[in-house]
Design a protein around this ligand. Structure first.
Ligand SMILES: NC(=O)c1ccc[n+]([C@@H]2O[C@H](COP(=O)([O-])OP(=O)(O)OC[C@H]3O[C@@H](n4cnc5c(N)ncnc54)[C@H](OP(=O)(O)O)[C@@H]3O)[C@@H](O)[C@H]2O)c1
Length: 215
């Protein structure tokens, strides 16, 4: 049974944990305050879940999900994630994260920042444009008509193939936006950010996305 390590167990992290356990994965969840603060969630998730530190979740995960407020991305432990597939859910909200000049001037993207912090990990952008609550309500089996789709982006094709397999198992079609630098096409305030979309609709949304400077 594959293990998903979660760094961050808030709205999105807890929901990905629920979805993963419901689909036969093991999860190791972590937050900033320590595993003891996650006992209620672990009890709810059942025997295929445990809590650990971010280092433990990183070490345990076959795939690791980073889902913390973006301003804290530099706290993500580097060594335990070396060589691993890391799914990055993070978005940039200056009101929460403070101003990050390279994102304000659009010279980079959120997932490229995480990739730079985790140089040997294979970062794949994912789960960033769906409301947390919808993760456990909107998944459907492969082949369902009008199945909801989620966007990924990444620089490693093998990692993207594995994340595609994971998302499909969790109930979603997948649209590949290309390399990490194209991840801006699904960032906050783009057409695909938030609403329920099929793969075909999301492809149109990605094509129609505008840089903040052009909005
Ligand atoms: N909420 C959504 O619907 C949604 C949808 C898509 C994407 N996102 C993005 O996904 C990310 C997470 O969002 P969220 O809504 O789940 O946030 P959240 O509810 O505030 O949860 C954040 C989690 O990260 C943990 N955390 C914070 N700093 C940490 C650190 N330094 N090391 C380890 N864990 C740390 C927190 O632990 P403590 O509580 O112990 O500090 C908490 O478990 C954000 O970038 C957000 O923009 C959110």
């Amino acid at each position: 049974m594959a293990t998903i390590g979660l760094i961050g167990a808030g709205h999105i992290g807890s929901q990905i944990a629920r979805l993963a356990v419901a689909n036969g994965y093991q999860v190791v969840i972590s937050n900033s305050r320590g595993p003891e603060t996650l006992s209620e969630l672990v009890a709810e998730l059942g025997p295929n879940a445990r809590a650990g530190t971010p280092v433990e979740a990183g070490k345990a995960g076959d795939i690791v999900v980073v889902t913390v407020p973006l301003k804290n991305y530099r706290d993500v432990p580097v060594e335990p994630l070396a060589g691993k597939i890391v799914i990055d859910t993070n978005n940039y909200y200056p009101s929460r994260d403070g101003h990050i000049p390279e994102l304000d001037n659009e010279s980079t993207t959120t997932s490229e920042l995480l990739q730079r912090h985790l140089p040997t990990s294979k970062v794949v952008k994912g789960f960033n444009h769906i409301y947390a609550s919808e993760l456990t309500t909107d998944g459907r089996p492969a082949g369902t008509k009008n199945r909801r789709a989620l966007v990924i982006a990444g620089d490693d094709s093998g990692a993207k193939a594995q994340v595609t397999h994971l998302l499909d198992q969790l109930g979603f079609d997948i649209v590949d936006a290309g390399p990490l630098k194209e991840g801006w096409r699904i960032q906050r305030d783009t057409p695909g950010y938030g609403p329920r979309r099929t793969a075909e609709e999301l492809r149109k949304d990605l094509a129609a996305a505008k840089r903040y400077a052009d909005q």
